[in-house]
Design a protein around this ligand. Sequence first.
Ligand code: NAD
Length: 358
Amino acid sequence: VDTSMNILITGGAGFIGSAVIRHIITNTTDTVLNIDKLTYAGNLESLASVSDSTHYQFSQTDICDQPAIEAHFTDFQPDIVMHLAAESHVDRSITGSAAFMQTNIIGTHTLLEVARHYYETLSGDKKSNFRFHHISTDEVYGDLDNDDDLFTETTSYAPSSPYSASKASSDHLVRAWDRTYGLPVVITNCSNNYGPYHFPEKLIPLVILNALAGKPLPIYGNGQQIRDWLYVEDHARALYLVATEGKTGETYNIGGHNEHTNIEVVQTICALLEELAPNKPHGITSYAELITYVKDRPGHDLRYAIDASKIQQALGWTPQETFSSGLRQTVLWYLNNSEWVEHVQSGEYQHWVTQQYQ
Ligand code: NAD
């Protein structure tokens, strides 16, 4: 029996979405349709290793464009939808929140409406197996002040930033479309991801690339903010597992049990670079001397930490990378993929996309 599925993925040109697609195309016989608007954060070069597969299709489409999304559902007949498209950078949400409301809230609403009408047209196994998987963040829970607390699936929502408030809104919409219209949904809330192909505005790639260029390594406030770090490929495996085997109506928290202060993260990267890139830029004697404290981000959450025991017990998922092994692989990846980095940084990539798709 052929159990291959059609999986419609939104935001597949982003950091996590591209890891999910590489995972699916490499390890399964499923077919993926990647729907991505290709904002500054979308990068098709992250999919170069799988884009020639006959199991992979791409469409440059905005999730807010309802007629275009409807046409994709009708043509592709998805068995599963994995919704990752979002505006995802907290700092950008503070200086320009409108795009976050548009994509994260209106875009999710558009997809839910299209998915609900499509679901009504299904019958038999196709209907009973259909799922809408919404990918979200642990930032919807706000932050923790007690050292022993962890976020669980029942922690109440208390988002702090425009980004996390827009993601919290989208989670609520998804649950309402389950409760009100019976759309079969699953939701995952994950901690901070890191790994290869991460856009260099986020902490870990920013620090690696700035250090290699001899530029300051900015640390917000006192650097004591705690994040729970998960290697992106461990997240991608968890997402596929939840999308295919998770119980509908359920939420699963995903995390790495890897809590580190931001300053620890930056110091660890500096130590790895001392070992892996000993030829330092001119004028510096140690990477750590580039560490520079800057004014804290407004509303900065102090600590996030995930209790991932539900997904471990229910679906048997555990992370394969430790923080130390994952960070080493990440640093090595950036050292070995300077071309990807140069394209992202130079805007050459955006130019290439314009020529290919317009
Ligand atoms: P990303 O910013 O790297 O990628 C987002 C992708 O969505 C990009 O390819 C972008 O082009 C696309 N996109 C944006 N607006 C769109 C629109 N209107 N229509 C179609 N496509 C659009 O983000 P990421 O880090 O890969 O995060 C993916 C998802 O996972 C997001 O929903 C995010 O909230 C969630 N998440 C991220 C993290 C993390 O640490 N990065 C942690 C937990 C959850």
